[in-house]
Design a protein around this ligand. Structure first.
Ligand SMILES: [Zn+2]
Length: 399
């Protein structure tokens, strides 16, 4: 029996030797976002955030079960309910979806009927994918409070597609079995290999997954618990290192090498929001946005939830945190798309946590010593600009 992770002494998961095999899928969903909807205060030069989107193939080999945690964006996202399209047109400056997750699975020789369960982190269009393309034998699970039901088109104001639910077993996950760290949780397979955690704040029904990768190690699949790793890093438990690892910055010539942490910490945005007393080496760069148009439906709760993840999971050396939109994951880790046999289970031995931990800093703008923006981070341009439909740029969706 393995020894459980510590989680700072707060409700560590019960010991178990049951694990799940976890593989990461690049959903080929690219977005450009208005930073002010996500973070505060926005750093000058970081008004747009470019994001990728990952999903996870989870396999319980002992039980012969496979699940998908999230599905990215459906390829034909312009066929989403009007509620979703209106929001995209109003708030998302760039979207391009190159593939559907169903295509990615099938390209690697997997039948959709092999997927027993789809688990949505939450009911946002960039995570729900295309359940309607899976056979009716695939169950659909989502957190308690997901809605609004009834679905579209019966309810014109719902962002949920009736077709995704029709004819299949749909399960509302109620996390009432146990607590793991600060979060109410449930044991999905009943063997300690995969826990689902109630992680409220961003959107009603939001859940995260804690998947056991070895008896002693876990990956925390964060969905959109928050959207940027700088929302909870650095921290008191893992402060900025003296120099930022070169591979986190993709060895780019744009940075001094070695790159002293002051290159970033001198321009810490909370110096403006909170004031000069901020410890720039151990305070997360961003707070979650709190205004009426914030992506966080309940910003105060989202901040507490994000803090809980940081303190009890990100800080634990036996847990690696994966946010759905963390670009550094695709910079550094194997994907099911490219190497379908490679899983993430040896993340600790492979040093994946260290490789990805500071990658978000490469998304920040660069400043001179006076605080003037010199230029963007690692990425010259946004990954995507404008709304792309079937390979063409469009003004909007309403024909
Ligand atoms: Zn998202």
């Amino acid at each position: 029996m393995g020894t459980a992770i510590g989680l700072g002494g707060l409700n560590p998961p019960p010991p178990s030797d049951s694990t799940v095999r976890v593989r990461m899928i690049d959903t080929k969903s690219f977005m450009s976002l208005h930073a002010f909807s996500f973070v505060k205060p926005v750093m000058p030069g970081h008004e747009r955030m470019s994001v990728t989107t990952v999903a996870f193939l989870i396999e319980n080999e002992r039980l012969g079960k496979k699940a998908m945690f999230d599905l990215g964006t459906r390829k034909d996202y312009w066929n989403s309910p009007p509620f979703t399209l209106t929001r995209i047109e109003a708030a998302i400056p760039g979207v391009k979806i190159e593939k559907d997750v169903t295509e990615i699975l099938q390209e690697q020789g997997m039948k959709l009927s092999e997927i027993d369960d789809i688990i949505w982190s939450h009911s946002h269009w960039d995570h729900m994918g295309s359940p309607h393309l899976f056979p009716s034998s695939t169950n659909l699970s989502y957190g308690k409070g997901t809605g609004p039901f009834p679905t579209y088109p019966e309810n014109p104001n719902s962002n949920l597609n009736a077709d995704d639910f029709k004819g299949r077993k749909c399960v509302e996950i109620d996390c009432t079995d146990l607590h793991i760290g600060p979060f109410p949780a449930t044991d999905f397979y009943g063997d300690g290999s995969l826990y689902l955690l109630d992680t409220p704040g961003h959107w009603p029904g939001h859940i995260c997954a804690l998947a056991r990768t070895t008896p002693d190690t876990f990956v925390f699949l964060g969905g959109d618990i928050c959207h940027f790793a700088g929302d909870f890093r650095p921290s008191e438990e893992i402060p900025l290192p003296v120099s930022i690892p070169a591979d986190a910055l993709l060895n780019s010539q744009k940075y001094p090498m070695p790159c002293p942490c002051e290159f970033f910490s001198a321009h810490h945005p909370q110096l403006r929001e909170i004031g000069p007393s901020v410890d720039t080496k151990s305070t997360p760069f961003y707070q979650l946005s709190t205004h009426a148009h914030s992506t966080y439906k309940d910003p105060a709760t989202a901040a507490i939830t994000t803090y809980g993840m940081q303190k009890y999971f990100d800080a634990d050396p036996n847990v690696m945190v994966f946010l759905a939109h963390d670009t550094s994951l695709l910079d550094h880790l194997p994907t099911f798309n490219e190497s379908p046999d490679e899983d993430l289970n040896d993340w600790k031995e492979s040093g994946f946590k260290q490789k990805c931990h500071w990658g978000w800093m490469g998304e920040l703008p660069r400043y001179d010593k006076d605080g003037n923006v010199i230029g963007p981070g690692n990425r010259e341009k946004p990954i995507v600009d404008g709304l792309w439909v079937d390979g063409a740029l469009v003004e909007g969706f309403m024909k």
